[in-house]
Design a protein around this ligand. Structure first.
Ligand code: NDP
Length: 241
């Protein structure tokens, strides 16, 4: 049985990725940090479709919890697809940012991804695919998220370095950089703010978690077999680097 590990796979974009990869035939080991209920609901939905799934509690900033995750039997049996999706974004004006907050964001978005990779790398199968969820802000920067943008920039360049190192082994690493996606990250928007975001996007809509999950499915599959080290912008034309 092929296995996919999806960090933060219990809600938002991660939940859509978990369900998509399950429908692609992978059993799903998803992690959550605080939101056990949505994670269990995703697991139930996947199991009801006849695919095995399990949710594991893991705060990626805690090396001991990540090490425990790596002892899960499905990890030892081999990971075919690793999706580093977890992330936090607390809107803070760049000029108000404090070191403590910067460290917390880096510890989650960047170091947390590294920790999960490091703890599971010996369990990756021969042709494993790693998909890293970055952000358009990792290239653009943001007045309201200097810490977030820096963490996503670090994540992206780390992933591209890893892609170059792992390519001779047949393993592929790619980054997806979403634009606006309809999850809790945008739930604080007023109707006016939402409308202005929709207007800003050339395709005139906010992205759905499924828009991102479809690209993960492509990157996990054989049809992308010559793509590694890429950053794929999935943003409705909002930002074209
Ligand atoms: P959500 O806020 O809906 O979900 C964030 C996920 O990350 C949750 O599953 C959460 O788990 C998990 N998470 C947060 N902190 C930790 C931690 N310390 N340890 C483990 N897991 C953690 O966000 P999205 O679904 O929107 O975001 C998914 C990814 O996409 C993130 O990397 C985000 O930066 C990126 N992204 C999102 C965009 C958007 O517009 N939505 C745009 C660009 C990028 P739990 O709930 O259990 O705490």
């Amino acid at each position: 049985m092929r296995t996919a590990l999806v960090t933060g796979g219990g809600r938002g974009i991660g939940a859509a990725i978990s369900k998509q990869l399950a429908s692609d035939g992978y059993r799903i080991l998803l992690t959550y940090c605080n939101s056990s209920k949505p994670a269990e609901m995703v697991v139930d939905e996947i199991r009801n479709s006849g695919i095995d799934a399990v949710a594991a509690n893991c705060d990626v900033t805690d090396a001991r919890e990540v090490a425990l995750l790596a002892t899960h039997p499905w990890v030892s049996e081999g990971i075919d697809v690793l999706v580093l999706n977890h992330g936090r974004y607390d809107r803070i004006d760049a000029k108000e940012l404090e070191l403590e907050h910067l460290r917390r964001t880096m510890a989650t978005n960047f170091e947390g991804a590294f920790l999960v990779w490091d703890a599971t790398k010996s369990s990756l199968t021969e042709n494993a695919r790693i998909c890293v969820i970055g952000s358009q802000l990792g290239t653009r920067g943001s007045a309201h998220g200097a810490d977030y943008s820096a963490s996503k920039a670090a994540l992206s360049i780390w992933a591209r370095s890893l892609a170059q190192s792992l390519a001779p082994e047949g393993k592929r690493v790619n980054v997806i950089a979403p634009g606006f996606v309809d999850t809790d990250i945008l739930s604080g928007d007023s109707p006016q703010k939402r409308a202005s975001r929709e207007e800003e996007v050339p395709l005139k809509r906010i992205g759905t978690p499924e828009d991102i999950a479809g690209v993960v499915s492509f990157l996990a599959g054989d049809k992308s077999s010559y793509i590694t080290g890429a950053v794929i912008h999935v943003n409705g034309g909002l930002y074209l680097p």
